[in-house]
Each structure stands twice: as C-alpha cells, then as structure tokens.
Ligand binder design. Structure first.
Ligand code: ADP
Ligand code: MG
Length: 643
C-alpha cells in the first residue's frame, strides 16, 4: 500500500547534475558511500547502547553485508545499525542537502567520546547510488520502540514513493540497488571485492561479501568410529566467512601498545613491500585537530626509486585518496604510510583543500612530527641514524629544497659522509678544518675520478665530504645561500693553499726561480694549458697537478644543463690550472738546464709529459692526449735502452 508519493526537496534539482558530473570519473565510490553510511548507522547505534538509550541483543554481532545477485541485477547493502523511521527517511534521505550526520552530531555532541566521529560531512553520499542504478530501494526499521518498517523507492528522478516495508525486517537498513546496464561490472564479485578492499579495508565494522546465486555450502559429514567400534557421522561445519576488512588498523592503536613486528607486518600488508622499512613515525594527535597515522621510511634500492612512495589518506578509517599533496607535503610523498584525519570532509575538492586553513595546519604538523622523529634519532641513536643516512638523505635533501621550514627544523642534523667513512655535520667539519681552510668545505663528487686527490687529502690528514647524489649540486648551492660563509669546493679545485708547504722560501732567488719555471712550462706547453702557477707543495714527489676552478666548473656544468639556451660554445669552459711544484726534483733539475739550448727538445718533452701525468691523475686524457702520451712513453723506453 502506497503511503505517500512526493517530490524530493527542490535542492536536488541542482544537486543531481552536480553529483552526476562529480562522480562520473569515479563511479566506484558509491560503494564506499553506502558502506560508510552503514558503518555510521552501526556506530550511532553502538553509541546509543553505551549511553543506555537503546538495547542491543545479547552477543549482538555488528556487521555490514554486501550481497550481489547477477540474475536480479541487484546489489544489496544490509546493516544492523540504527535504522530510520519514516520521519527520518523523509528528513535525511529526501532533504538531500540536510545532512543527517550534522543533525546527529548536534544532538549528541556533548556526549561524544573522543575520536569516534561520524563519517562524511556532506549530504551527497547516498545519492551517488543513482550513478549506477535505475532504481534504489531502502528498507529500514528504526531501533526506536514500536517503530514500523519503512520502504522508500526512487527511480533517479526527483519523485519518490514511501510505503510500509513488505520485508520482515530486523533493526537496521537494507539498501537495494537495481544496477543499470552500463554498470553491470558492479555485479561482478571480483570487482566489488576489489572496490571494498580499496576503500573499506580499515572500516571499524566487519564487512562481508556474498553472492546470492551461489548455493549455500551444504554441511558435510565424516564417518568416525566410537570406542566400541560402532560408526557415527560427525558434521563438519563449513568454514565461517571472513570479513574483508581489518576493523582495528594499527594506526588506531596507541603507539606504546604496538610492537615492531606489528609495524612491519602492517607495512607488508598495506604496501605489499617485502623489504623492511627503515623506521617509522606513529602520529597520534588529539589537539588542536585529530590526526592518526603511520609514516614509514622505506629502504631504497637506488636513488630514483625514491619517487615511488605512497601515502594513503583516510577519514575515520575510510580510504579517501592516495597522495593528496594539500594534506601531505609533496616531499613526504616519497614515504609510505597511512594518515587518518577525521576533521577533513570525506569528499573534498582540491581547491577546497588549498584554501582551507586547517589543511595547512595539518600539513605543517606532519612536517614537524617528521622533523622531530629525525632529530630524536640523531640525538639518541646516532649510529642508527648514520646507517640510515644513505637511504634517507635524498628524502631529507629534497625536503630541505622544497620546504624551508623543514630545513630550519633539521639543519643541525644534516650529516655528510666523509672520505674516511665517517658521518659528520657541517658544523663539526668546519670546526675540525678551521685552522687549515676556513669556511671551505671540500667535497668529492666522484670517488673514482677524484681518487688521486682523495689519496693526497688523506696523506695530509685533510677531510672532504662525499656529495655524489644527483640532487647534491642543487643542495650545495642551497646551503651556500642559507649558511653565509660556507663555500663548497671540489677536491680537485683550489686546493693549493692547503697543500702548500709551510716552509716555502720567499726570497728574491726563489722568486726568480719561480719565474723561470713558469716561463719554461708556458713556452713548452703553449696553448695546451691556459694557466700555470708555481707553488711549493708539501709532497715533493709530485711534479705537478691539475686544479679546476670551482666557479668556472659550476658555470660549465650549468651551461651544459641548459644547453638549449643557445649559449655560444665554449663560453663557459672549465678553467684549468697546472700547479707546478717547485720543490720537486725533476722540476728543479729542468729549471737548471732550461737556458741550455742543446737541451731544448728534452725540456719540452718532459714538460709535456708532466702535464699528461697531472691530467691522468685527474682522469681526463683526451684520445689525442693519450696518443701523444703513449708515443712519448715509447720514446722514453728507447732512450733508457740506449743508456
Ligand atoms: P551523510 O552520510 O554525509 O550524512 P548521505 O547522503 O551519505 O550523507 O546520507 C544521508 C543520511 O541518510 C545519513 O546522514 C543518515 O542519516 C541516513 N542514512 C543513510 N544510510 C543509512 C543507513 N544505512 N542507516 C541509517 N541511516 C542512513
Ligand atoms: Mg554518507
């Protein structure tokens, strides 16, 4: 018997097109909406029970059941939650814009226990069902004493029909969707299971999925023998169906109650990553907003893997979306984790998030927590921190470049690996090097290429840091900009000052000698080298070495990077200097015969050879250089044989 035909309130006229458009790209979410409504209804009922305002059955098992029926083309969602009276159906379902949740919160807000919020602040969720249905029915029975069951039918327009339900109902609600032809995929068990897993894996009420067309498993019997030998049949119960979700996700637990094993387990399960995470941060905030979650620092196999993080955002255990940049700062998206933030609406537009002050607060808070955790690791478990460094440095450096506030928070715990294998802060490095080379931070960008210089540094008890990640060029410039007085200098740049012998004579005679050496090399080498400088180096065995000016090298590297900018070729060449050691025996001897015309060819020969040896130490012979070098070596052997 039809009790009432009516028109859904005018608000819907504009709301329908909006929902349709909004949902068009992602129809799946109607399942999330209906299931989260069912869970809400159950938690509302549980709250009433705990307040003594409703009675549950003894041992009542709360659950949401999704049943699909391919033949009837229906998808049903049943719950044993609070149910609705006729009045409530009219109010909550018909007056779409009027959110039932808001109303409920209003009434019970003083009695709410912390943390258990009601999902979804928008009144649009239920209507998303019309995206996939030709007809939607609600059968519901309120928990209220003497309530009568209600049936509501709507075929997607603004008209609806209310009758008394013909189904024999227990308390709760059944939503039946008659799936339209274009959406038949939602009658596929596999597909529905996937969607439930995606959005509802951590909902607080157990969710079951069943196929109405699948025959119920018949009980089986096994023949067994009594002690006296007589046979009897024992019933083997079919395995009880398992819920699809984990109703107690780890992030909801108190951090102090979680074990390392649980954290690792959860990580494996949620991210399907079987490498152990390095460490994690368990967020648990009640004030000034609600935020729970776990962020994992994954172990990286190589630098570029770092872009594959995944941070899942939840709203009261309902999955919202992966990697929402507005809530989780972009550089944190290199991590893997779950963030549950009930204060954010379930359905939100990006532009809303960008303009919401709370969202910015939440985002800042997450950054702060991450910085705190890193700082406490640095302070309390320095060795572990050092061990993690290789894996986390990319993330931290990227974070510094992207977020100045993050940099300010962690700048004192930035560490660098040195050529002696230690990990050291910039401050400690500078402190150690103070007397030898003030404010200069020597670094190695390629351990293999710069190995000769590293050796030299070690011999003289000098230290340099290794900066060989692709991000390091930017990072160095960033630090130079931030920390006044810090200057990064590659290990093969201007190191003559630190390698200079302390007892270099400075009299007229030695000045004269230097001029002579300079002349000799310049004349012998011509344009093979642009700059020659004469120094007294500590290591007397080295006749000469190549140094590349830090500035010109950086310019050259930059111009290579921006090669498309039409800069004239050779505009930024690296400026190389051949540093000649006036304490070296070969150099001294050469200088003493320089004026002897008859030795002219030998002098040129040896000068060229010294240049090539210096180049080899810097790993940079061109094919032509190599040719000349080999030729000269052969000549040398020839001369030796004749001796
Ligand atoms: P919201 O959940 O944001 O309030 P919805 O459109 O999803 O908006 O639902 C509208 C209202 O309908 C809910 O607030 C609730 O009062 C009512 N409702 C929907 N589904 C159920 C259900 N399974 N049991 C009881 N009430 C429900
Ligand atoms: Mg809802």
């Amino acid at each position: 018997m039809i009790k009432e035909n009516g028109n859904i309130s005018i608000d819907t006229e504009n709301i329908f097109p909006i929902i349709k458009k909004w949902l068009y790209s992602d129809k799946d979410i109607f399942i999330r909406e209906v299931i989260s409504n069912a869970c809400d209804a159950i938690s509302k009922f549980q709250r009433l029970v705990s307040l003594g305002e409703a009675n549950a059955e003894e041992d009542e098992k709360y659950r949401v059941t999704v049943s699909l029926n391919k033949e009837k083309k229906t998808l049903k969602f049943s719950d044993n939650g609070i149910g609705m009276t006729e009045e409530e159906v009219k109010k909550y379902i018909n007056q779409v814009a009027f959110s039932g949740a808001t109303d409920f919160m209003e009434k019970y807000k003083d009695k709410m226990d912390e943390g258990k919020d009601i999902i979804g602040h928008f009144g649009l969720g239920f209507y998303s069902t019309f995206m996939v249905s030709t007809r939607v029915e609600i059968d519901t029975l309120s928990y209220k004493e003497g309530a009568e069951s209600v049936k509501w039918i709507c075929e997607g327009g603004t008209e609806y029909e209310i009758t008394s339900s013909d189904e024999k109902l227990n308390r709760g609600t059944i939503i039946t969707l008659y799936i339209n032809d274009e959406s038949s995929e939602f009658l596929d068990e596999h597909k529905v299971r996937e969607i439930i897993k995606k959005y509802c894996s951590f909902l607080p009420t157990e969710i079951y999925l069943e196929d109405e067309n699948k025959p119920k498993e018949e009980p089986k019997f096994e023949t067994k023998k009594n002690e006296d030998g007589t046979e009897f049949k024992e019933e083997i119960k079919p395995e009880a169906p398992k819920p699809l979700n984990d109703t107690n996700p780890l992030w909801m637990k108190k951090p102090s109650e979680c074990t390392d094993e649980e954290y690792k387990d959860f990580y494996r399960k949620v991210f399907m990553d079987f490498n152990e995470p390095l460490f994690w941060i368990h967020l648990n905030v009640d004030y000034p907003f609600n935020l729970k979650g776990i962020l994992y620092f994954p172990k990286l196999k190589h630098e570029f893997e770092a872009t594959e993080g995944q941070v899942k955002l939840y709203n009261n255990q309902v999955f919202v979306e992966d990697n929402i940049k507005e809530v989780i700062p972009e550089f944190l998206l290199l991590l893997k984790g779950t963030i549950d933030c009930p204060d954010l609406p379930l359905n939100v537009s990006r532009s809303f998030l960008q303009n919401d002050k709370d969202v910015a607060k939440i985002s800042n808070h997450i950054v702060k927590k991450v910085a705190d955790k890193l700082t406490s690791l640095f302070k309390n478990s320095r060795e572990e921190f050092n061990n993690f460094w290789n894996d986390i440095q990319i993330f931290i450096k990227y974070g510094c470049l992207r977020d100045e506030k993050f940099y300010e928070k962690i700048k004192d715990i930035l560490i660098f690996k040195t050529i002696s294998g230690e990990y050291i802060t910039l401050k400690d490095y500078l402190e150690k090097a103070k007397e030898k080379h003030e404010n200069k931070v020597f670094y190695v960008s390629n351990e293999k290429q710069q190995s000769q210089y590293i050796k030299l540094f070690k011999e003289y008890d000098l230290d340099a840091i290794i900066l060989d990640a692709s991000l390091d060029n930017h990072f160095m410039s960033f630090l130079e900009m931030k920390e006044s007085g810090v200057h990064f200098t590659r290990i093969d740049s201007d190191i003559s000052e630190v390698l200079k012998s302390d007892d270099a004579p400075n009299d007229d005679a030695s000045k004269e000698l230097n001029t002579k050496i300079e002349d000799m090399f310049k004349n012998s080498l011509g344009d093979k080298i642009s700059k020659v400088s004469i120094e007294a180096l500590k290591n007397e065995e080295t006749p000469a070495m190549i140094l590349i000016s830090e500035e010109s090298r950086r310019m050259a590297e930059m111009s290579k990077m921006y090669a498309t900018m039409n800069m004239p070729a050779g505009m930024f060449n690296e400026e190389k200097t051949l540093v000649i050691n006036n304490k070296n025996a070969i150099v001294k001897k050469l200088a003493s015969v320089y004026e002897d015309e008859s030795k002219k060819d030998e002098v040129k020969f040896i000068c060229e050879h010294i240049l090539d040896l210096a180049k080899i130490a810097n790993n940079e012979l061109t094919p032509e250089d190599m040719d000349g070098f080999i030729k000269r070596n052969n000549e040398l052997l020839n001369k030796l044989i004749l001796l």
